[in-house]
Write a protein that binds this ligand. Structure first.
Ligand code: MN
Length: 245
């Protein structure tokens, strides 16, 4: 029998309790979901994240690694083109993480920046992406974590969509789909406030994606809400495998 997965996904975004504007953006379609966290002076951050998400949607990216990588390069160039139109937007950039579903049975994930994708499967939460910040790059180069943390600019982004002139390469992962797998895409306004254990508890509660997303945002605000918070919860559903009732 031909397998046919679908995405049951929902999102929640909130400005948080300290910021004046929400510079995050998200994308929800039946095959493709994404989160973007924009940075840049004036209105730059919210424009960068919105342009990246709109570009990704328009790309019609398929659920294969090359297609998704190409769509990320397109988004990168789209943000750069928009930035070139106004001097005030010159520095704007954004993170971008995305999940594309192949209904035949796989999920392709891509990431640039420090928004994150988690996979909740068989009652275990795994962080799939690694944050593109200099601290992590230094550790990859062989520096000790303690020394890397002390480096100047350790926490700043080492890869972004938009700001650097080079085309930006996304990290990409492919997972076999299984009925009941749950994915979380989140900006750092969530992961900066909530430890993984609390995130896992919210994802495990068996609530709908909409309810789980709203609960996560509420919890991040309760812990401080120091940044914009954006969450997409996406369940992989294989209707033929679902028992009636
Ligand atoms: Mn943020």
């Amino acid at each position: 029998m031909r397998r046919s997965f679908r995405l049951d996904a929902d999102a929640c975004t909130h400005v948080g309790r300290r910021r004046q504007r929400n510079e995050d953006a998200f994308l929800l379609t039946d095959r493709l979901v994404a989160v973007a966290d924009g940075l840049g002076g004036h209105a730059g951050g919210e424009i960068a994240s919105a342009v990246a998400v709109a570009s990704l949607r328009a790309s019609g990216a398929a659920a294969d690694p090359e297609s998704l990588r190409g769509a990320f390069v397109e988004a990168h160039l789209a943000v750069q083109r928009r930035a070139a139109e106004e001097p005030e937007l010159a520095e704007m950039c954004t993170t971008l993480c995305a999940l594309a579903l192949d209904p035949a049975g796989s999920a392709v994930l891509a990431n640039v920046g420090d928004s994150r994708i988690y996979r909740y499967s068989d009652s275990r939460l795994t962080q799939v992406t690694w944050d593109h910040i200099w601290e992590n790059e230094y550790v990859r180069m062989g520096m000790s974590p303690a020394a890397a943390r002390r480096m100047q600019g350790a926490g700043s982004l080492s890869r972004v969509i938009g700001a650097f002139p080079e085309p930006c390469e996304a990290d990409v992962w492919t997972f076999d789909a299984a009925d009941g797998d749950r994915y979380l895409l989140a900006s750092d306004g969530l992961t900066g406030e909530l430890p993984d254990l609390d995130i896992a508890a919210s994802l495990a509660a068996g609530e709908s994606p909409a309810t789980a997303a709203a609960r996560l945002v509420e919890d991040a605000n309760a812990r401080g809400g120091n940044d914009n918070i954006t969450v997409v919860v996406a369940d992989l559903v294989e209707p033929a495998r679902r028992r009636p009732g």
